[in-house]
Design a protein around this ligand. Structure first.
Ligand code: B12
Ligand code: SF4
Length: 465
Protein backbone atom coordinates (compact mmCIF):
# COMPACT_ATOMS: atom_id res chain seq x y z
CA UNK A 1 0.00 0.00 0.00
CA UNK A 2 1.31 3.41 -0.94
CA UNK A 3 0.11 6.81 0.27
CA UNK A 4 -0.63 9.29 -2.51
CA UNK A 5 -1.43 12.93 -1.88
CA UNK A 6 -3.21 14.84 -4.65
CA UNK A 7 -2.94 18.62 -4.76
CA UNK A 8 -5.70 20.42 -6.64
CA UNK A 9 -5.25 24.14 -7.16
CA UNK A 10 -8.36 26.14 -7.90
CA UNK A 11 -7.11 29.68 -7.59
CA UNK A 12 -8.49 32.92 -8.99
CA UNK A 13 -11.23 31.13 -10.85
CA UNK A 14 -14.18 33.46 -11.45
CA UNK A 15 -17.55 32.72 -9.92
CA UNK A 16 -16.82 31.89 -6.29
CA UNK A 17 -18.00 28.26 -6.46
CA UNK A 18 -15.67 25.55 -5.22
CA UNK A 19 -15.06 22.84 -7.74
CA UNK A 20 -14.70 19.14 -8.09
CA UNK A 21 -12.02 17.62 -10.31
CA UNK A 22 -13.00 14.46 -12.13
CA UNK A 23 -9.45 13.52 -13.14
CA UNK A 24 -8.15 13.40 -9.58
CA UNK A 25 -11.36 11.84 -8.28
CA UNK A 26 -11.21 8.96 -10.79
CA UNK A 27 -7.48 8.42 -10.23
CA UNK A 28 -8.07 8.30 -6.49
CA UNK A 29 -10.89 5.76 -6.87
CA UNK A 30 -8.71 3.64 -9.16
CA UNK A 31 -5.77 3.67 -6.76
CA UNK A 32 -8.01 2.87 -3.80
CA UNK A 33 -9.50 -0.02 -5.76
CA UNK A 34 -5.96 -1.39 -6.01
CA UNK A 35 -5.33 -1.08 -2.29
CA UNK A 36 -3.59 2.29 -2.04
CA UNK A 37 -4.43 5.19 0.24
CA UNK A 38 -5.13 8.69 -1.06
CA UNK A 39 -5.70 12.15 0.33
CA UNK A 40 -6.30 15.60 -1.14
CA UNK A 41 -5.02 19.09 -0.47
CA UNK A 42 -7.52 21.44 -2.06
CA UNK A 43 -6.09 24.92 -2.53
CA UNK A 44 -9.13 27.04 -3.23
CA UNK A 45 -9.42 30.72 -4.12
CA UNK A 46 -6.07 32.09 -2.94
CA UNK A 47 -2.51 30.76 -3.08
CA UNK A 48 -1.84 29.48 0.44
CA UNK A 49 1.02 26.98 0.45
CA UNK A 50 1.43 27.21 4.25
CA UNK A 51 -0.67 24.22 5.18
CA UNK A 52 0.71 21.83 2.55
CA UNK A 53 3.77 21.13 4.66
CA UNK A 54 1.51 20.28 7.63
CA UNK A 55 -0.58 17.99 5.46
CA UNK A 56 2.53 16.22 4.16
CA UNK A 57 3.84 15.86 7.69
CA UNK A 58 0.54 14.38 8.86
CA UNK A 59 -0.17 12.07 5.89
CA UNK A 60 3.42 11.08 4.98
CA UNK A 61 2.80 10.51 1.23
CA UNK A 62 5.35 8.78 -0.95
CA UNK A 63 3.94 10.38 -4.08
CA UNK A 64 2.36 13.78 -4.70
CA UNK A 65 0.16 14.19 -7.77
CA UNK A 66 -0.93 17.49 -9.29
CA UNK A 67 -3.51 18.08 -12.01
CA UNK A 68 -3.17 21.07 -14.25
CA UNK A 69 -5.12 23.24 -16.61
CA UNK A 70 -2.85 25.84 -18.22
CA UNK A 71 -3.92 28.75 -16.03
CA UNK A 72 -3.19 26.79 -12.82
CA UNK A 73 0.22 25.47 -13.86
CA UNK A 74 1.95 28.56 -12.46
CA UNK A 75 0.64 27.69 -8.97
CA UNK A 76 1.94 24.14 -9.26
CA UNK A 77 5.33 25.60 -10.15
CA UNK A 78 5.09 27.94 -7.13
CA UNK A 79 4.17 25.11 -4.78
CA UNK A 80 7.08 23.00 -5.96
CA UNK A 81 9.42 25.96 -5.54
CA UNK A 82 8.04 27.15 -2.19
CA UNK A 83 7.31 23.95 -0.26
CA UNK A 84 10.38 21.96 0.80
CA UNK A 85 9.82 18.28 -0.01
CA UNK A 86 11.79 15.34 1.28
CA UNK A 87 13.90 13.72 -1.47
CA UNK A 88 12.03 10.42 -1.27
CA UNK A 89 8.69 11.99 -2.26
CA UNK A 90 8.01 11.43 -5.97
CA UNK A 91 6.16 14.28 -7.74
CA UNK A 92 4.06 13.99 -10.88
CA UNK A 93 1.66 16.26 -12.74
CA UNK A 94 -1.10 15.28 -15.18
CA UNK A 95 -4.05 17.02 -16.82
CA UNK A 96 -4.62 18.93 -20.06
CA UNK A 97 -1.77 21.43 -19.65
CA UNK A 98 1.11 18.99 -19.30
CA UNK A 99 -0.57 16.56 -21.70
CA UNK A 100 -0.43 19.16 -24.44
CA UNK A 101 2.84 20.80 -23.34
CA UNK A 102 4.93 17.95 -21.89
CA UNK A 103 8.11 20.04 -22.10
CA UNK A 104 6.80 21.84 -19.00
CA UNK A 105 8.44 19.00 -17.05
CA UNK A 106 11.79 20.56 -17.80
CA UNK A 107 10.70 23.94 -16.41
CA UNK A 108 10.31 22.71 -12.81
CA UNK A 109 13.35 21.05 -11.31
CA UNK A 110 11.43 19.47 -8.38
CA UNK A 111 8.90 17.80 -10.70
CA UNK A 112 9.87 14.18 -11.39
CA UNK A 113 7.34 13.26 -14.07
CA UNK A 114 4.37 14.33 -16.14
CA UNK A 115 1.52 12.20 -17.47
CA UNK A 116 0.27 12.70 -21.03
CA UNK A 117 -3.38 11.79 -21.56
CA UNK A 118 -5.35 9.32 -19.46
CA UNK A 119 -3.62 8.55 -16.20
CA UNK A 120 -5.31 5.60 -14.52
CA UNK A 121 -3.04 2.77 -15.67
CA UNK A 122 0.10 4.90 -15.90
CA UNK A 123 -0.23 6.17 -12.33
CA UNK A 124 -0.99 2.74 -10.94
CA UNK A 125 2.03 1.26 -12.73
CA UNK A 126 4.20 4.07 -11.39
CA UNK A 127 2.97 3.62 -7.82
CA UNK A 128 3.56 -0.12 -7.97
CA UNK A 129 6.99 0.23 -9.55
CA UNK A 130 8.05 2.75 -6.91
CA UNK A 131 6.67 0.55 -4.17
CA UNK A 132 8.54 -2.50 -5.47
CA UNK A 133 11.68 -0.51 -6.31
CA UNK A 134 11.40 -1.46 -9.99
CA UNK A 135 12.39 0.47 -13.09
CA UNK A 136 10.05 3.45 -13.65
CA UNK A 137 11.58 4.81 -16.83
CA UNK A 138 9.51 2.84 -19.36
CA UNK A 139 5.96 3.48 -18.19
CA UNK A 140 3.72 4.43 -21.09
CA UNK A 141 2.14 7.92 -21.03
CA UNK A 142 4.81 9.20 -18.66
CA UNK A 143 7.73 11.53 -19.24
CA UNK A 144 10.09 10.84 -16.37
CA UNK A 145 13.17 12.69 -15.23
CA UNK A 146 15.79 10.47 -13.67
CA UNK A 147 19.45 11.26 -13.08
CA UNK A 148 19.25 14.39 -15.24
CA UNK A 149 17.83 12.46 -18.16
CA UNK A 150 14.22 12.74 -19.42
CA UNK A 151 12.58 9.51 -20.59
CA UNK A 152 9.82 10.43 -23.07
CA UNK A 153 7.64 7.34 -23.29
CA UNK A 154 4.93 6.80 -25.90
CA UNK A 155 1.27 6.74 -24.83
CA UNK A 156 -0.93 3.64 -24.54
CA UNK A 157 -4.32 3.52 -26.37
CA UNK A 158 -7.40 5.20 -24.86
CA UNK A 159 -9.31 3.14 -22.29
CA UNK A 160 -11.95 1.33 -24.36
CA UNK A 161 -14.65 0.60 -21.84
CA UNK A 162 -15.36 3.41 -19.36
CA UNK A 163 -17.57 1.08 -17.31
CA UNK A 164 -14.39 -0.71 -16.22
CA UNK A 165 -13.41 2.35 -14.22
CA UNK A 166 -14.70 2.90 -10.70
CA UNK A 167 -16.96 5.88 -9.98
CA UNK A 168 -15.21 9.13 -9.09
CA UNK A 169 -14.06 9.31 -5.47
CA UNK A 170 -16.16 12.28 -4.31
CA UNK A 171 -15.33 11.65 -0.66
CA UNK A 172 -11.80 12.82 -1.36
CA UNK A 173 -13.20 16.34 -1.81
CA UNK A 174 -15.15 18.43 0.69
CA UNK A 175 -17.97 17.33 -1.57
CA UNK A 176 -21.06 18.57 0.28
CA UNK A 177 -19.44 21.97 0.52
CA UNK A 178 -18.63 21.88 -3.24
CA UNK A 179 -22.29 21.09 -3.95
CA UNK A 180 -23.53 23.82 -1.60
CA UNK A 181 -21.26 26.43 -3.17
CA UNK A 182 -22.94 25.81 -6.54
CA UNK A 183 -26.68 26.03 -5.71
CA UNK A 184 -26.84 22.41 -4.58
CA UNK A 185 -25.58 21.10 -7.93
CA UNK A 186 -23.69 17.81 -8.29
CA UNK A 187 -21.47 17.40 -11.37
CA UNK A 188 -21.22 14.26 -13.50
CA UNK A 189 -19.24 13.22 -16.59
CA UNK A 190 -20.45 10.15 -18.44
CA UNK A 191 -18.40 10.47 -21.61
CA UNK A 192 -14.85 11.13 -22.68
CA UNK A 193 -13.83 12.90 -25.86
CA UNK A 194 -15.49 14.93 -28.59
CA UNK A 195 -15.55 14.17 -32.33
CA UNK A 196 -15.20 17.82 -33.45
CA UNK A 197 -12.00 19.79 -33.79
CA UNK A 198 -12.61 23.40 -32.94
CA UNK A 199 -9.34 25.28 -33.29
CA UNK A 200 -9.36 26.78 -29.75
CA UNK A 201 -10.31 23.67 -27.76
CA UNK A 202 -7.91 21.20 -26.14
CA UNK A 203 -9.94 18.21 -27.35
CA UNK A 204 -8.22 18.12 -30.72
CA UNK A 205 -4.78 18.13 -29.07
CA UNK A 206 -5.78 15.52 -26.48
CA UNK A 207 -7.17 13.21 -29.17
CA UNK A 208 -3.79 13.15 -30.91
CA UNK A 209 -1.86 11.95 -27.84
CA UNK A 210 -3.28 8.42 -27.70
CA UNK A 211 -4.43 5.84 -30.24
CA UNK A 212 -7.87 4.23 -30.44
CA UNK A 213 -11.41 5.43 -30.05
CA UNK A 214 -11.47 8.89 -28.47
CA UNK A 215 -15.24 9.41 -28.04
CA UNK A 216 -16.59 6.99 -25.46
CA UNK A 217 -19.77 6.66 -23.37
CA UNK A 218 -20.41 4.92 -20.11
CA UNK A 219 -23.40 2.57 -20.21
CA UNK A 220 -26.69 4.17 -19.13
CA UNK A 221 -27.04 1.62 -16.33
CA UNK A 222 -23.75 2.69 -14.80
CA UNK A 223 -24.60 6.42 -15.16
CA UNK A 224 -27.87 5.90 -13.26
CA UNK A 225 -26.12 3.81 -10.63
CA UNK A 226 -23.56 6.57 -10.04
CA UNK A 227 -26.28 9.24 -9.78
CA UNK A 228 -28.24 7.14 -7.29
CA UNK A 229 -25.15 6.70 -5.12
CA UNK A 230 -24.38 10.42 -5.10
CA UNK A 231 -27.90 11.66 -4.37
CA UNK A 232 -28.32 9.19 -1.56
CA UNK A 233 -25.03 10.22 0.09
CA UNK A 234 -25.24 13.99 -0.35
CA UNK A 235 -27.85 16.73 -0.19
CA UNK A 236 -28.33 17.54 -3.88
CA UNK A 237 -30.87 19.87 -5.50
CA UNK A 238 -29.93 19.46 -9.15
CA UNK A 239 -27.42 17.74 -11.41
CA UNK A 240 -25.14 19.07 -14.13
CA UNK A 241 -23.85 16.67 -16.74
CA UNK A 242 -20.59 18.33 -17.64
CA UNK A 243 -19.96 16.21 -20.74
CA UNK A 244 -18.71 18.27 -23.67
CA UNK A 245 -21.75 17.23 -25.73
CA UNK A 246 -24.29 15.24 -23.75
CA UNK A 247 -26.55 14.95 -26.82
CA UNK A 248 -23.91 13.44 -29.12
CA UNK A 249 -25.51 10.02 -29.34
CA UNK A 250 -29.30 10.02 -29.75
CA UNK A 251 -29.70 6.41 -28.59
CA UNK A 252 -27.75 7.16 -25.40
CA UNK A 253 -29.94 10.22 -24.70
CA UNK A 254 -33.19 8.32 -25.26
CA UNK A 255 -32.22 5.39 -23.07
CA UNK A 256 -30.79 7.71 -20.41
CA UNK A 257 -33.91 9.90 -20.35
CA UNK A 258 -36.22 6.93 -20.01
CA UNK A 259 -34.30 5.46 -17.08
CA UNK A 260 -33.65 8.82 -15.44
CA UNK A 261 -37.31 9.79 -15.61
CA UNK A 262 -38.35 6.57 -13.93
CA UNK A 263 -35.71 6.50 -11.22
CA UNK A 264 -34.33 9.97 -10.45
CA UNK A 265 -36.51 12.94 -9.69
CA UNK A 266 -34.18 15.91 -9.79
CA UNK A 267 -33.71 18.64 -12.41
CA UNK A 268 -30.57 18.52 -14.54
CA UNK A 269 -28.63 20.73 -16.95
CA UNK A 270 -26.57 19.64 -19.96
CA UNK A 271 -24.22 20.94 -22.67
CA UNK A 272 -25.09 20.41 -26.32
CA UNK A 273 -23.80 21.33 -29.73
CA UNK A 274 -26.13 22.93 -32.28
CA UNK A 275 -26.21 19.98 -34.74
CA UNK A 276 -27.42 17.60 -32.03
CA UNK A 277 -30.36 19.72 -30.85
CA UNK A 278 -33.52 18.26 -32.39
CA UNK A 279 -37.17 18.50 -31.29
CA UNK A 280 -37.22 14.82 -30.46
CA UNK A 281 -34.08 15.02 -28.29
CA UNK A 282 -35.28 18.18 -26.52
CA UNK A 283 -38.73 16.74 -25.80
CA UNK A 284 -37.19 13.61 -24.27
CA UNK A 285 -34.81 15.70 -22.20
CA UNK A 286 -37.56 17.96 -20.93
CA UNK A 287 -39.76 15.02 -20.09
CA UNK A 288 -36.94 13.46 -18.06
CA UNK A 289 -36.42 16.63 -15.99
CA UNK A 290 -33.87 18.59 -18.00
CA UNK A 291 -34.07 22.20 -16.93
CA UNK A 292 -31.47 23.95 -19.06
CA UNK A 293 -29.47 23.28 -22.18
CA UNK A 294 -26.17 25.14 -22.68
CA UNK A 295 -25.23 25.69 -26.30
CA UNK A 296 -21.98 27.12 -27.71
CA UNK A 297 -22.35 30.05 -30.09
CA UNK A 298 -18.77 31.26 -29.48
CA UNK A 299 -18.92 33.86 -32.27
CA UNK A 300 -21.88 35.39 -34.09
CA UNK A 301 -19.71 36.19 -37.08
CA UNK A 302 -19.73 33.39 -39.68
CA UNK A 303 -16.16 34.09 -40.86
CA UNK A 304 -14.72 33.95 -37.33
CA UNK A 305 -16.88 31.01 -36.30
CA UNK A 306 -16.34 28.83 -39.35
CA UNK A 307 -12.96 29.81 -40.78
CA UNK A 308 -11.07 30.79 -37.61
CA UNK A 309 -12.76 28.55 -35.03
CA UNK A 310 -13.60 25.66 -37.38
CA UNK A 311 -17.13 25.37 -35.95
CA UNK A 312 -18.90 24.69 -39.29
CA UNK A 313 -22.42 25.92 -38.52
CA UNK A 314 -24.59 28.74 -39.84
CA UNK A 315 -26.38 31.51 -37.92
CA UNK A 316 -29.67 29.93 -39.01
CA UNK A 317 -28.69 26.55 -37.55
CA UNK A 318 -27.80 28.24 -34.28
CA UNK A 319 -31.05 30.23 -34.09
CA UNK A 320 -32.99 27.12 -34.94
CA UNK A 321 -31.34 25.07 -32.17
CA UNK A 322 -32.21 27.67 -29.52
CA UNK A 323 -35.75 27.96 -30.81
CA UNK A 324 -36.26 24.16 -30.76
CA UNK A 325 -34.97 23.96 -27.19
CA UNK A 326 -37.21 26.80 -26.06
CA UNK A 327 -40.25 25.29 -27.74
CA UNK A 328 -39.62 22.07 -25.84
CA UNK A 329 -39.76 24.07 -22.60
CA UNK A 330 -36.02 24.12 -21.83
CA UNK A 331 -34.19 27.15 -20.49
CA UNK A 332 -31.21 28.06 -22.64
CA UNK A 333 -27.75 29.45 -22.04
CA UNK A 334 -25.23 30.48 -24.68
CA UNK A 335 -21.44 30.17 -24.41
CA UNK A 336 -19.52 32.94 -26.18
CA UNK A 337 -15.94 34.14 -26.49
CA UNK A 338 -14.10 37.32 -27.38
CA UNK A 339 -10.54 38.21 -28.36
CA UNK A 340 -9.74 35.55 -30.98
CA UNK A 341 -6.88 35.99 -33.43
CA UNK A 342 -8.24 37.62 -36.64
CA UNK A 343 -11.30 38.95 -34.76
CA UNK A 344 -12.03 42.67 -34.79
CA UNK A 345 -14.41 44.68 -32.57
CA UNK A 346 -16.82 44.75 -35.56
CA UNK A 347 -16.84 40.95 -35.79
CA UNK A 348 -17.62 40.84 -32.08
CA UNK A 349 -20.65 43.07 -32.56
CA UNK A 350 -22.13 40.17 -34.56
CA UNK A 351 -21.84 38.02 -31.43
CA UNK A 352 -23.79 40.65 -29.49
CA UNK A 353 -26.40 40.91 -32.25
CA UNK A 354 -26.90 37.16 -32.63
CA UNK A 355 -27.37 36.73 -28.89
CA UNK A 356 -29.75 39.71 -28.74
CA UNK A 357 -31.78 38.10 -31.52
CA UNK A 358 -31.83 34.66 -29.87
CA UNK A 359 -32.34 35.97 -26.32
CA UNK A 360 -31.05 32.95 -24.42
CA UNK A 361 -32.20 32.89 -20.78
CA UNK A 362 -28.61 33.50 -19.80
CA UNK A 363 -25.27 34.12 -21.49
CA UNK A 364 -21.62 33.58 -20.65
CA UNK A 365 -18.70 35.35 -22.26
CA UNK A 366 -15.11 34.20 -21.84
CA UNK A 367 -11.98 35.88 -23.08
CA UNK A 368 -10.10 33.58 -25.48
CA UNK A 369 -7.10 31.78 -23.94
CA UNK A 370 -4.49 30.28 -26.33
CA UNK A 371 -4.19 26.74 -24.93
CA UNK A 372 -1.05 24.81 -25.92
CA UNK A 373 -1.39 22.25 -28.68
CA UNK A 374 -4.49 23.87 -30.17
CA UNK A 375 -4.36 25.28 -33.68
CA UNK A 376 -5.10 28.82 -32.50
CA UNK A 377 -2.79 28.53 -29.49
CA UNK A 378 0.07 27.44 -31.76
CA UNK A 379 -0.65 30.29 -34.17
CA UNK A 380 -0.56 32.83 -31.31
CA UNK A 381 2.81 31.45 -30.22
CA UNK A 382 4.34 31.41 -33.69
CA UNK A 383 3.06 34.90 -34.50
CA UNK A 384 4.52 36.30 -31.26
CA UNK A 385 1.11 37.56 -30.09
CA UNK A 386 1.48 36.25 -26.54
CA UNK A 387 2.50 38.89 -24.02
CA UNK A 388 4.80 36.84 -21.82
CA UNK A 389 4.69 39.33 -18.91
CA UNK A 390 0.90 39.20 -18.82
CA UNK A 391 0.99 35.42 -19.29
CA UNK A 392 3.01 35.14 -16.08
CA UNK A 393 0.78 37.53 -14.13
CA UNK A 394 -1.92 36.04 -12.00
CA UNK A 395 -4.90 37.03 -14.05
CA UNK A 396 -8.30 35.44 -13.58
CA UNK A 397 -8.66 33.00 -16.51
CA UNK A 398 -11.19 33.91 -19.17
CA UNK A 399 -11.62 37.49 -17.91
CA UNK A 400 -8.52 39.04 -19.50
CA UNK A 401 -6.39 38.45 -22.55
CA UNK A 402 -2.74 37.41 -22.66
CA UNK A 403 -2.50 38.46 -26.31
CA UNK A 404 -1.40 41.57 -28.14
CA UNK A 405 -3.48 41.18 -31.27
CA UNK A 406 -2.98 43.47 -34.24
CA UNK A 407 -6.72 43.83 -34.91
CA UNK A 408 -8.20 43.76 -31.42
CA UNK A 409 -6.34 45.76 -28.74
CA UNK A 410 -6.58 44.55 -25.15
CA UNK A 411 -8.51 47.64 -24.00
CA UNK A 412 -11.22 46.95 -26.55
CA UNK A 413 -11.41 43.26 -25.64
CA UNK A 414 -11.94 44.18 -21.98
CA UNK A 415 -14.60 46.74 -22.94
CA UNK A 416 -16.45 44.13 -25.02
CA UNK A 417 -16.14 41.68 -22.12
CA UNK A 418 -17.70 44.11 -19.66
CA UNK A 419 -20.49 45.34 -21.88
CA UNK A 420 -21.51 42.20 -23.76
CA UNK A 421 -24.36 40.90 -21.60
CA UNK A 422 -25.68 44.40 -20.94
CA UNK A 423 -25.83 45.01 -24.69
CA UNK A 424 -27.54 41.66 -25.28
CA UNK A 425 -30.31 42.26 -22.73
CA UNK A 426 -30.76 46.03 -22.54
CA UNK A 427 -33.79 46.06 -24.87
CA UNK A 428 -35.29 42.99 -23.23
CA UNK A 429 -34.87 43.47 -19.49
CA UNK A 430 -33.08 46.43 -17.94
CA UNK A 431 -32.83 44.73 -14.52
CA UNK A 432 -31.09 41.74 -16.06
CA UNK A 433 -28.87 43.97 -18.21
CA UNK A 434 -27.76 46.06 -15.20
CA UNK A 435 -27.06 42.98 -13.08
CA UNK A 436 -24.87 41.54 -15.81
CA UNK A 437 -23.13 44.90 -16.28
CA UNK A 438 -22.10 44.87 -12.62
CA UNK A 439 -21.25 41.17 -12.67
CA UNK A 440 -18.81 41.66 -15.54
CA UNK A 441 -17.33 44.84 -14.03
CA UNK A 442 -14.26 44.88 -11.81
CA UNK A 443 -16.56 44.81 -8.77
CA UNK A 444 -18.36 41.69 -10.02
CA UNK A 445 -16.44 39.19 -7.92
CA UNK A 446 -16.90 41.23 -4.73
CA UNK A 447 -20.56 41.68 -5.47
CA UNK A 448 -21.09 37.96 -5.98
CA UNK A 449 -19.50 37.32 -2.58
CA UNK A 450 -21.51 40.06 -0.79
CA UNK A 451 -24.76 38.90 -2.33
CA UNK A 452 -24.07 35.22 -1.61
CA UNK A 453 -27.03 34.92 0.83
CA UNK A 454 -29.40 36.03 -1.95
CA UNK A 455 -27.78 34.10 -4.77
CA UNK A 456 -30.70 31.76 -5.30
CA UNK A 457 -33.19 34.62 -5.75
CA UNK A 458 -30.76 36.46 -8.01
CA UNK A 459 -30.19 33.40 -10.15
CA UNK A 460 -33.93 33.02 -10.65
CA UNK A 461 -34.24 36.67 -11.56
CA UNK A 462 -31.32 36.70 -13.96
CA UNK A 463 -31.16 33.17 -15.39
CA UNK A 464 -34.68 31.96 -14.88
CA UNK A 465 -33.66 28.75 -13.04
C1 B12 B 1 -15.50 19.01 -16.41
C2 B12 B 1 -14.58 20.17 -16.72
C3 B12 B 1 -14.45 21.17 -15.76
C4 B12 B 1 -15.14 21.09 -14.40
C5 B12 B 1 -14.42 20.13 -13.50
C6 B12 B 1 -12.91 20.20 -13.59
C7 B12 B 1 -12.34 18.84 -13.97
N1 B12 B 1 -11.31 18.80 -14.77
O1 B12 B 1 -12.82 17.85 -13.54
C8 B12 B 1 -15.08 22.57 -13.92
C9 B12 B 1 -16.38 23.25 -14.31
C10 B12 B 1 -14.85 22.79 -12.45
C11 B12 B 1 -13.95 23.10 -14.79
C12 B12 B 1 -13.24 24.23 -14.47
C13 B12 B 1 -12.24 24.75 -15.27
N2 B12 B 1 -11.90 24.35 -16.50
CO1 B12 B 1 -12.58 22.77 -17.30
N3 B12 B 1 -13.14 21.21 -18.26
C14 B12 B 1 -13.90 20.23 -17.95
C15 B12 B 1 -13.99 19.23 -19.13
C16 B12 B 1 -15.27 19.49 -19.87
C17 B12 B 1 -13.88 17.77 -18.76
C18 B12 B 1 -12.67 17.43 -17.89
C19 B12 B 1 -12.84 16.09 -17.29
O2 B12 B 1 -13.33 15.95 -16.20
N4 B12 B 1 -12.49 15.04 -18.01
C20 B12 B 1 -12.58 13.69 -17.50
C21 B12 B 1 -11.38 13.44 -16.57
C22 B12 B 1 -11.40 12.01 -16.07
O3 B12 B 1 -10.24 13.69 -17.35
P1 B12 B 1 -9.07 14.67 -16.92
O4 B12 B 1 -9.49 15.67 -15.92
O5 B12 B 1 -8.40 15.16 -18.14
O6 B12 B 1 -8.06 13.67 -16.16
C23 B12 B 1 -7.43 12.59 -16.81
C24 B12 B 1 -6.06 12.94 -17.41
O7 B12 B 1 -5.91 14.30 -17.73
C25 B12 B 1 -5.07 12.49 -16.38
N5 B12 B 1 -4.79 13.35 -15.23
C26 B12 B 1 -5.41 14.44 -14.78
N6 B12 B 1 -4.87 14.87 -13.64
C27 B12 B 1 -3.87 14.05 -13.34
C28 B12 B 1 -2.98 14.02 -12.27
C29 B12 B 1 -2.02 13.01 -12.22
C30 B12 B 1 -1.10 12.99 -11.06
C31 B12 B 1 -1.93 12.05 -13.26
C32 B12 B 1 -0.89 11.00 -13.22
C33 B12 B 1 -2.83 12.08 -14.34
C34 B12 B 1 -3.78 13.07 -14.36
O8 B12 B 1 -5.70 11.34 -15.85
C35 B12 B 1 -7.11 11.59 -15.72
C36 B12 B 1 -7.86 10.30 -15.84
O9 B12 B 1 -7.63 9.67 -17.07
C37 B12 B 1 -12.72 19.64 -19.95
C38 B12 B 1 -12.79 19.38 -21.43
C39 B12 B 1 -12.37 17.98 -21.74
N7 B12 B 1 -13.15 17.33 -22.56
O10 B12 B 1 -11.38 17.47 -21.23
C40 B12 B 1 -12.56 21.11 -19.58
C41 B12 B 1 -11.17 21.68 -19.52
C42 B12 B 1 -10.28 20.73 -18.74
N8 B12 B 1 -11.33 22.93 -18.69
C43 B12 B 1 -10.61 23.85 -19.08
C44 B12 B 1 -10.51 25.08 -18.37
C45 B12 B 1 -9.76 26.18 -19.05
C46 B12 B 1 -11.11 25.25 -17.11
C47 B12 B 1 -11.01 26.51 -16.20
C48 B12 B 1 -9.67 27.21 -16.16
C49 B12 B 1 -12.12 27.46 -16.67
C50 B12 B 1 -12.39 28.63 -15.74
N9 B12 B 1 -13.39 28.52 -14.96
O11 B12 B 1 -11.73 29.60 -15.79
C51 B12 B 1 -11.40 25.91 -14.82
C52 B12 B 1 -10.17 25.43 -14.05
C53 B12 B 1 -10.51 24.73 -12.78
C54 B12 B 1 -9.26 24.23 -12.11
N10 B12 B 1 -9.00 24.75 -10.94
O12 B12 B 1 -8.52 23.40 -12.60
C55 B12 B 1 -9.82 23.53 -20.32
C56 B12 B 1 -8.35 23.36 -20.02
C57 B12 B 1 -7.50 23.77 -21.18
C58 B12 B 1 -6.13 24.09 -20.74
N11 B12 B 1 -5.14 23.68 -21.52
O13 B12 B 1 -5.93 24.72 -19.74
C59 B12 B 1 -10.53 22.22 -20.85
C60 B12 B 1 -9.63 21.19 -21.52
C61 B12 B 1 -11.63 22.67 -21.85
C62 B12 B 1 -11.12 23.40 -23.05
N12 B12 B 1 -11.66 24.54 -23.25
O14 B12 B 1 -10.31 23.04 -23.83
N13 B12 B 1 -13.73 22.31 -15.89
S1 SF4 C 1 -17.50 20.95 -29.96
FE1 SF4 C 1 -16.94 21.81 -27.97
S2 SF4 C 1 -15.84 20.21 -26.89
FE2 SF4 C 1 -15.93 19.62 -29.05
S3 SF4 C 1 -14.01 20.35 -29.95
FE3 SF4 C 1 -15.54 21.97 -30.24
S4 SF4 C 1 -15.35 23.28 -28.43
FE4 SF4 C 1 -14.29 21.38 -27.96
Amino acid sequence: MMKILFIYTDIDVKGGAQSFQFGIAVLSAFLKQHGHQTDLYYMYDKYKPGKIAEEIEAFQPKLIGFSSVSSQFRYIRKILNDVPLAKNIFTICGGPHVSTEPESLESISRLDAICRGEGEHALLELVEALENKQDITKIKNLWIRKNDRVYRNPARPFIENLDELPFADRELFPYQSVINSDFGTALFMFTRGCPYNCSYCSNDALRRIQQGKYVRFRSVGSCIQEIKGVISNYKVRSLYFNDDIFTLNKEFVFEFCEKYRAQIHLPFDINARVETVTSEVCRKLEDAGCRRINIGIESGNPYIRNKVLNRKMSNEQIMNAFSIARQAGLKTKSFNMVGFPHETPQHFQDTVKLNAKIKPDSVILSVFDPYPGTKLGDECRSMGWIDSKRMRRELVPRTDTVLNLPDFPRGKILKCYKEFAYDVYRDQSLVKAIFYRIYYSRYGEQLVRILAPFKRVLRRLVMGI
